[in-house]
Write a protein that binds this ligand. Structure first.
Ligand SMILES: [Zn+2]
Length: 553
């Protein structure tokens, strides 16, 4: 078996791994690169494999950095099934079209600039329509069910406790009779005792493990402390007449905050002082509203506490002063009205969506607070604000950062260093080797070091494009997959030549065999003439190429 690491190597985003067995080629995740301009551009580069040759894909969860390049994959010829849990399919059905819409809008914005400066216009990565069409390739699968995908590959999803529908992927690869290798991909690993979701499933064994390390250099404090701090930030901000703006991922982080606030307000409503209940909490993100509906449609993913709340009639994703807004007009009103409020809005890393408007209207106000509750990738607007930039550009306008900037990592949906190490410790049969991915360099290094020290397991930190050959006990370098920069037309010609070869050779053999049996000579002459024409075209092309080479010198 050969594994190629094609994303989330020494960075957090772009999760994408290619597994090749004797007769099968499949992908684990096909996520979007997110961050600085140069990282974003990586999404537009050709895949390092031919999408038409991929038999199927296995998707760990719906977050865009794991699923966001699926429509591009299909646009470029992938025709297989995409296996994921039902909740992941449900979430992708809103998140991918939303991403397509963002791609179109941003592309239009960029093209306007290009038009003005006379540059060549670009196509969006994919459109809303292409994203919608990609949904029919999804195949929902249950947690805990072992599924034989073909003679070589068997799959099982286990709950990763990271977001609704998120999974740890177990794969059994059988290339030879009697020889089986078990590969486990942690996906994004959640935390124990988080609201709504079950704890990450403890895996028994693996021969090889690919593990994430997003918060590998951090230790989270308990989330109860962060809830208390959030409440205190809301109180002080409201007292000084400002707004609390919470950039939040539409899936899970937003619902976690709503869940925690619901718990708090449910307790608070019984007390004397009711003033606090007048502070409205707005969820201003159509995607979050839709995602919340999907949560309520997938209660089988909930933990016991959440199910108990539902059983006593307390909807954990709703409370007295919570308001969901959908229309643009409702969203605008939030910035016109003077009353203090809490605004939960997406995108989580402030790269797109309504959050940018709320930041524009609140960052300059010293009365307001911005509260980060999730991971901010390097180079994103969120990361720059979090790291203390004093002036940021939003919609081409320079905005002063005067608001109070807070960060509550306790809401994170990722295991911290201790969580990752404890999870690996729970394997009864430890992996022979662990590949550490999905983290910035410091985080990856630290997890890798801890695994070696505490578990005595060899680790490897893959580079982008690196391939490894796994045979039984040994892991050997398997080269590098480079980006195929040849033009689309060129690749199409190459594919067609291969096709013609495969049709022509058997036919030719048969022709030789029955040379004298009166084969239709008119048809043969036709083919001969066409071949001569192609020959002429190729000679012309060669002359052209030789010419341009001379001129180049
Ligand atoms: Zn995730």
């Amino acid at each position: 078996m050969k594994i190629s690491f094609l994303g989330a190597t020494k960075i957090v985003t772009g999760s994408n791994f290619l597994v090749e067995t004797k007769n099968t080629k499949f992908l684990i995740d096909c996520g979007m690169f997110q961050g600085s301009k140069s990282i974003n551009r990586m999404n537009y580069e050709p895949f390092r494999f031919n999408p038409k040759e991929i038999d199927f894909m296995v998707l760990s969860h719906a977050h865009i950095d794991h699923s966001g390049r699926v429509p591009k994959l299909i646009k470029e010829g992938f025709k297989g099934d995409i296996y994921s849990t039902k909740a992941t399919v449900d979430l992708c059905s809103i998140m991918l079209p939303d991403s397509g819409h963002i791609q179109e809008m941003e592309n239009e914005w960029d093209n306007r600039k290009r038009r003005r400066s006379g540059e060549k216009l670009r196509e969006p990565l994919y459109t809303l329509k292409e994203a919608e069409e990609s949904l029919r390739y999804f195949k929902p699968v249950l947690y805990d069910q072992k599924i034989e995908l073909n003679e070589e590959v068997t799959l099982r999803f286990r709950d990763a406790g990271h977001i609704l529908g998120s999974s740890i992927i177990e794969l059994w690869i059988k290339e030879e009779e009697g020889k089986e290798t078990k590969l486990v991909f942690s996906g994004d690993l959640g935390r124990r005792d988080r609201p709504i979701l079950k704890d990450p499933y403890l895996i028994d064994e693996a021969d090889y493990l690919i593990v994430e390390s997003t918060y590998g250099n951090k230790l989270h404090h308990p989330s109860e402390d962060d809830t208390k701090e959030l409440i205190s930030i809301i109180n002080t901000t409201v007292k000084r007449g400002g707004n609390v703006v919470i950039p939040s991922f539409a899936v899970e982080r937003a619902q976690d905050i709503i869940y925690e606030l619901n718990k708090y307000y449910t307790a608070y409503i019984k007390t004397e002082d009711q003033d606090f209940l007048n502070v409205p909490v707005y969820v201003d993100s159509p995607l979050t509203v839709s995602a919340t509906e999907i949560f309520l449609r997938n209660p089988d993913c909930f933990d016991e506490d959440t199910l108990n709340l539902i059983n006593i009639g307390n909807n954990p994703l709703d409370f007295y002063n919570l308001k969901y807004t959908r229309t643009v007009e409702e969203s605008r009103q939030l910035n016109i009205s003077k009353e203090s409020k809490v605004i939960i809005s997406a995108s989580g890393m402030c790269t797109a969506g309504r959050i940018k408007h709320h930041l524009k209207h609140n960052l300059w106000r010293k009365e307001s607070s911005i509260v980060f509750v999730g991971y901010q990738a390097k180079g994103t607007l969120g990361r720059r604000i979090k790291e203390g930039e004093k002036v940021v550009k939003i919609f081409g306008e320079e905005i002063q950062v005067n608001a109070e900037i807070c960060s509550l990592e306790g809401f994170s949906g990722h295991a911290d260093r201790e969580g990752i190490i404890q999870w690996i410790k729970s394997f009864k049969n430890k992996p022979k080797k662990i590949f550490v991915v999905h983290g910035e360099e410091d985080a990856i290094e630290e997890v890798s070091k801890k695994i070696k020290e505490e578990l005595n397991i060899i680790t490897h930190i893959p580079e982008l494009g690196e391939s490894l050959s796994i045979e039984g006990e040994s892991v050997l370098p398997g080269g590098r997959l480079e980006i195929d920069r040849r033009s689309k037309e060129f690749r199409e010609i190459e594919e067609n030549i291969e096709k013609v070869k495969s049709i022509f050779l058997p036919t030719f053999q048969r022709l030789e065999y029955g040379a004298n049996s009166g084969t239709n000579s008119e048809k043969l002459n036709n083919i001969k003439n066409k071949l001569i024409e192609i020959q002429k075209d190729i000679l012309d092309l060669n002359m052209l190429l030789a010419d341009s080479k001379k001129r180049g010198k």
